[in-house]
Design a protein around this ligand. Structure first.
Ligand code: LLP
Length: 429
C-alpha cells in the first residue's frame, strides 16, 4: 500500500494519521481509508481516458467494491460516473446526491421494483442482461411514456485467468447474452424495434483481479467486431462500448499488476485499429473499475485478543473481527498481508494464522502470516482491504459491522459509523 508511512514515533500512518491514534479515537475493528489514494486511483483512469480516447468516454466506478454515501460524493467530485447493481446501491447513490444521468444500472435479475426505481429517477443507462428483462423494461417504459437508453451485457466468450467465482465473460455464466449462440444478436435485433427502448451500446466484463492484458484486448476486439456486424446487418449505430472492470491489484508480494495506464493504452489501440478496419465510428468508451479504485486505499485495523500456540502445529492469533468484515479468504482463499502498526519494521520472526472471532473454523483472515512477535492487545492491520470487504460484510454471529474511517492530510473522520447492538435488532419484529 503506497499510502502508508512510518511516522515519527515508529508508528504506522495512513494519510498522515497514526493508526494508534485512530484506534484510540474510533476503536477497533475499523476500516481505514485514505481519501487521497482513492482520488489518485480515479485520476489514473480519468487521465488515461483523456489521453488514449481523447476524452470520448467516461470512467464509471463499480460501486459493488465499496458502496456508501461518502464514496459517491468523492466519485462525483472526481468527475466519475458509477455503476450500480441493485436498488440498494442506487438508493445510496441517489441519497448522496449523485447525478442519476451518470449512473449505469447492471444486474442479471433486476426486479420490477428496481427497474421502476431506475426509470422514475432518470438513471442514465440500463444495462440489459437478458430477454425477460428487456420485455419487462419495454413494458414499464411504455406505461410511463418514457424512452429508456440501454446497453446490452454481452458474454464475449473469453476465459480470463482468475478465481472461477469472479470470472464472468465465459459462456457458462449467469451474466448476459452469448455471442456464439446468436443470442446477443437476437436481443439487439428485437430491441431495435421496440418503441420505448433506445439501443445505445454494448457491454462486457470478463472477470475480476486479472493481471493478464491479452483477455482485455481480445474482449475489446470481439466487441468491436460485434458492433461492426450490427452496423452492417441492421444499420444499427452502436454509440457506446462499455469494457467493464477487472484490473488486478497487489494484495501480496507475488501479485504483479501491470500499470493500469499501459493496459488502457493497449486496449485503446485495439479499439482504434478495429474501428478503422471495420469502418465504424469509434464508440464512446466506458470503463468500470471497482477494486483498483479502492482496494489499495484501505486497511482493516484490529486488536489482537488471544494468541494460542498449538505446539508443532500452528499459532493462532485471533483478532476482534474476521470473516464478518472480510469474507474473502473463506470465500476465495484470497491472500492478504498484515502488519503490526506499532512495530511495522520489526523482524518477522513468527509464522501465525490470523483468525477471527466467529464460531467457524474457516474464519481465517491470513494463513501463515509472517509477523514480528505479537501479543494480546497489539494492534494489527490487514492491508488492501478497501474493496469487497465492507461491501461484502455480514452480521454473522450478530457481530456489528465496523465503521469506515476516512483519512486525509492528517485528519480522520467517520464515513460510516460503527453498527450498534440496537442496529442489529432494528429490523426484528
Ligand atoms: N463491472 C461489472 C459488470 C462487474 O461485474 C464488476 C465486478 C466490475 C465492473 C468491477 O470489477 P473490478 O474492477 O472490481 O474487478 N467479490 C469479488 C469480486 C466480484 C467482482 C464482480 N464484478 C472479490 O471479492 O474478489
Amino acid at each position: 500500500m503506497d499510502c502508508l508511512q512510518v511516522g515519527r514515533e515508529g508508528i504506522l500512518e495512513i494519510g498522515g494519521c497514526s493508526l494508534t491514534e485512530i484506534a484510540r479515537e474510533f476503536k477497533t475493528p475499523a476500516y481505514v481509508m485514505d481519501e487521497n489514494e482513492i482520488r489518485k486511483n480515479c485520476q489514473v483512469y480519468l487521465r488515461a481516458m483523456e489521453e488514449y480516447y481523447g476524452g470520448n468516454g467516461m470512467v464509471l466506478y463499480a460501486s459493488k467494491a465499496l458502496s456508501c454515501k461518502e464514496i459517491y460524493r468523492i466519485m462525483q467530485e472526481e468527475g466519475m460516473g458509477i455503476d450500480v447493481v441493485s436498488g440498494g446501491e442506487l438508493y445510496t447513490a441517489l441519497e448522496a446526491g449523485f447525478p442519476a444521468k451518470k449512473i449505469y444500472f447492471h444486474g442479471n435479475n433486476k426486479t420490477k421494483e428496481e427497474i421502476v426505481m431506475a426509470l422514475e429517477n432518470g438513471v442514465g443507462r440500463i444495462v440489459v442482461d437478458n430477454m425477460t428483462e428487456l420485455e419487462m423494461l419495454e413494458q414499464l417504459a411504455a406505461e410511463r411514456n418514457l424512452e429508456t437508453s440501454v446497453l446490452f451485457r454481452i458474454k464475449p466468450g473469453i476465459d480470463a485467468h482468475t478465481h472461477s467465482f469472479i470470472q464472468t465473460g465465459q459462456i457458462d455464466s449467469k451474466f448476459g447474452v452469448a455471442l456464439e449462440t446468436g443470442e446477443a444478436e437476437e436481443i439487439v435485433r428485437i430491441a431495435l424495434r421496440m418503441p420505448h427502448i433506445n439501443v445505445v451500446g454494448v457491454h462486457c466484463h470478463i472477470g475480476s483481479q486479472i493481471f493478464d492484458l491479452k483477455p482485455f484486448q481480445l474482449a475489446a476486439k470481439t466487441m468491436m467486431e460485434f458492433i461492426g456486424m450490427l452496423k452492417e446487418k441492421y444499420g444499427a449505430q452502436i454509440q457506446e462500448l462499455n469494457l467493464g472492470g477487472g484490473y488486478g491489484i497487489k494484495y501480496v508480494q507475488e501479485d504483479t499488476p501491470v500499470d493500469y495506464d499501459k493496459y488502457i493504452e493497449a486496449v485503446a489501440r485495439v479499439v482504434r485499429e478495429e474501428s478503422e478496419r471495420l469502418h465504424v465510428a469509434q464508440p464512446f468508451i466506458l470503463m468500470e473499475p471497482g477494486r483498483s479504485i479502492v482496494a489499495s486505499a484501505g486497511l482493516t485495523l484490529y486488536t489482537v485478543g488471544v494468541v494460542k500456540e498449538i505446539p508443532s502445529v500452528r499459532t493462532y492469533v485471533s483478532v476482534d473481527g474476521g470473516m464478518g468484515d472480510n469474507p474473502r479468504h473463506i470465500m476465495y482463499g484470497s491472500e492478504y498481508e498484515a502488519v503490526l502498526p506499532e512495530n511495522p519494521e520489526g523482524e518477522r520472526e513468527m509464522t501465525v494464522t490470523i483468525a477471527g472471532k466467529c464460531c467457524e473454523s474457516g474464519d481465517v483472515l491470513i494463513r501463515d502470516a509472517k509477523l514480528p512477535k505479537v501479543k494480546p492487545g497489539d494492534l494489527l492491520a490487514v492491508l488492501a482491504t478497501g474493496a469487497y470487504n465492507y461491501s461484502m460484510a455480514s452480521n454473522y454471529n450478530r457481530i456489528p459491522r465496523p465503521p469506515i474511517i476516512m483519512v486525509k492530510d492528517g485528519k480522520a473522520r467517520l464515513a460510516v459509523r460503527r453498527e450498534t447492538y440496537q442496529d442489529l435488532v432494528a429490523c426484528d419484529v
